[in-house]
Design a protein around this ligand. Structure first.
Ligand SMILES: [Zn+2]
Length: 112
């Protein structure tokens, strides 16, 4: 778990936006050396847990907000829910950034 948000190939710092892609289980490309990076298998399940938890939390909070405010504040509910979704998503990205362990994708084992 060292150098968590650094490229394992060149030690270059990976920009935060790259972690939006990791959250979707995609490989990312290092902007410094061009290496393709994939989350470590151990971290992959952790990312899945974080993504699942944040989705459940978002749906739960949206439901709570809806039932608390009812239909009196329709626009407000939409705004609050949007804000919550954005905040939860950003938080999950930040958590992912702190727990993810990258490894370089080995091309020799794959077909092109
Ligand atoms: Zn790199």
């Amino acid at each position: 778990m060292n150098g968590m948000h650094l490229c394992p190939n060149c030690n270059g710092k990976l920009p935060l936006r790259k972690f939006f892609l990791v959250n979707n289980f995609k490989s990312v490309r290092c902007p410094h050396c061009g290496a393709r990076l994939v989350p470590d298998k151990k971290t992959n399940s952790l990312i899945g847990g974080i993504a699942g938890f944040s989705t459940a939390l978002t749906v739960g909070l949206a439901t709570v907000v809806y039932y608390l405010l009812g239909e009196m504040y329709g626009t407000l509910i939409v705004l609050i829910t949007c804000l919550l979704v954005i905040m939860i998503y950003l938080a999950s990205v930040l958590i992912t950034r702190n727990v993810v362990d990258f490894k370089t994708k080995n091309f020799s084992n794959e077909k092109n």
